[in-house]
Design a protein around this ligand. Structure first.
Ligand code: SF4
Ligand code: FES
Length: 224
């Protein structure tokens, strides 16, 4: 198989494609494919030219941290949770997420996610027992990886815009359900930074690796 990687040396580098050969295990994850290329004694591209290691990010390697989010065969996914045998064709294409600035190769800067949440204090300072009566949804929301895949596919999310994207709808409901003190403020922020921009494509829900039911959060917040 061929592995075609969109490479970029540093934030200001010019992107270019580089292709590698891969004849390893088809049961391997894309994370393992990248590793198998990076740990060759001499890394060469498919034409035999010397190549640098592919920069990418990972931590847990078990679909629990969101670090390895990238675009694989044109679909945003987690590299550690995507397997060669499930991809069509004999070429695997790997690209960085497109909605975030590239740092190097497949590594992007997703700091905007935290920056936006900090702007509206979207966190709970103290644990509160009071909750809305949907503990299952709260649990699902709590599993959000902040991987950014939902922002990548959202047709309305643009970096630097007032619209914070689907993960903010989930966080808003989580805060509303946990904290009476934060409720009024987060409702206003939800209106300003989510409700006004969402066109309900629901691409976010389809792509989410944790299967978070974002539509349920949107419905509950809109009702409030
Ligand atoms: S809602 Fe899903 S896709 Fe969006 S950041 Fe959280 S885990 Fe990732
Ligand atoms: S490395 Fe943690 S989700 Fe892939």
């Amino acid at each position: 198989m061929k592995v075609k990687v969109l490479r970029q040396q540093g934030p200001f580098g010019k992107p270019y494609w580089q292709t590698f050969d891969y004849d390893g295990d088809k049961n391997a994850s894309i994370a393992a494919v990248i590793d198998s290329i990076n740990y060759r004694d001499d890394i060469t591209d498919s034409e035999g030219n010397p190549a640098d290691k592919i920069s990418w990010e990972c931590s847990c390697l078990q679909g629990m941290c969101g670090a390895c989010a990238m675009v694989i065969n044109n679909v945003p996914r987690l590299a550690c949770d995507t397997f060669v045998k499930d991809l069509k064709g004999d070429t695997i294409t790997l690209e960085p997420l497109r909605k975030f600035p590239v740092i190097s190769d497949l590594v992007v800067d997703r700091g905007i996610i935290q920056e936006n949440l900090k702007k509206v204090d979207a966190f709970i300072e103290e644990y509160h027992k009071e909750t809305e009566k949907d503990p299952e949804l709260e649990y699902q929301i709590g599993r959000c990886l902040k991987c950014g895949l939902c922002l990548e596919v959202c047709p309305n999310y643009v970096k630097g815009d007032n619209f914070f994207g689907p993960l903010f709808a989930n966080d808003s409901y989580f805060i509303v359900s946990r904290s009476k003190e934060e409720r009024t403020k987060i409702k206003k922020d939800y209106k300003k930074h989510f409700a006004k921009g969402c066109s309900k494509s629901l691409a976010c829900q389809k792509v989410c690796p944790m299967n978070i039911p974002t539509l349920a959060s949107i419905a509950k917040m809109n009702r409030l």
